[in-house]
Write a protein that binds this ligand. Sequence first.
Ligand code: TYD
Ligand code: MG
Length: 452
Amino acid sequence: KKKEKMIFRCQSCGHQTLQWMGKCPGCSDWDTLVAEKIENSPAAGAKFSRPRSAPVPMDAITFDEEPRMSTQIAEFDRVLGGGIVAGTLILIGGDPGIGKSTLMLQVLSRIAEQGKKALYVSGEESIRQLKMRGMRLSSGASTMLVAAETDLDTIISMAESEKPHVMVVDSIQTVYNPEMASTPGSVNQIREASIRLMNMAKQSGIPLFLVGHVTKVGAIAGPRIMEHMVDTVLYFEGDRSHVFRILRAVKNRFGSTNEIGVFEMKEKGLQEVPNPSAVFLEERSVNAPGSVVTASMEGTRPILIEIQGLASSSGFGNPRRTVLGLDPNRVALIAAVMEKRLGINLSGLDIFMNVTGGVKVVEPAVDLGVAVALASSFLDIPVPEGTTVIGEIGLTGEIRAAGHVEARIKEAAKMGFARCIVPANSLKQLPAMKDIIIEGTTSLKHVMETLF
Ligand code: TYD
Ligand code: MG
């Protein structure tokens, strides 16, 4: 009997090796290599498996905007880049229990309410459970179809016979091809299912959402390889102990990747949050040392966020640096600049930084917010009420220009802030604005003297 060939595949990134190793050479994760038989997809000749395509003359290609299907949920449409493009494969990842199934059920219901056929295939719940959830979400259009199914071939033929306008498979980890030896949820099965479902979507034009569970920060469970295959990758994130959920595009062939959609998890499902600034500032305690409001650009939208800093004397040993929602390297850099340029001695102190509401901000324009929050905590003096700050900090303690300053100031004014400190270099492009006092600054030292 011919000896069966074995390979080892990383369950995290899909990397293959011929020998077992403790650490994956592909992604450096430990203990993720699993033995598998080399096998060909037995369904290789099946329907939808081979894309039919032929070359076309280049000058015959037109630039008609792809028609997009609106979900009637503005926050969702915006993240997709203006609605759903036909034939696209969209991966929606997130922690278990964060609300992926709820979101997708709501999205499909809204599409079904427009008289379009929507098919929701779940491998996680029975149709009775789906119905119960649907009732809670008050979704009841007759064009909304649900199926509890995990068999890949059955799901594909279901799509073929029903020809829905849009389809969801929840979750990709539950779908499998029983003719293959690998277990459901293994990289082999997930890859097989993804490829076949992708071909189905491309050839039929049915937009398809694949739900995927995330096991650890920033990685879709098992196969990061899927991220390369799909057109769009959305993450549904948030802190389970908070009610806010943020939908973020991390890859999008048909739109920008920095738009976010904000939702609130309610008793009757997810609700859009059209004005995130108000929501993120809701619980802010005015006049508390260590807190400041800044404006961060999320895609085309300015959003006001509260940055909190706490500098407290350390026990013994190495002082702690705990940073949530911000880039820790950036915080370390800002702390070093404060130490050197302002003479604020932070090196022996524990530093904690947080952005409230579970939001993550990465742009440099929030630097000044970080410095002001830390200084406010260090000095134990609150930032004057009604004041916001915007600006990037350079290594010499200079305040550098930021983009979209006008939009940010307008958002601050809209939310009732009376004063905004911005980089002096950004002042030039600004039109006159009423309702808010705008002060230009060139140095961190000057900002500290003004505020404290
Ligand atoms: P779910 O969509 O099942 O999460 P996922 O598919 O990402 O695993 O969401 C589950 C959580 O959402 C659960 O803890 C209950 C809560 N929830 C509500 O608060 N309101 C609702 O209307 C629904 C349907 C769920
Ligand atoms: Mg689910």
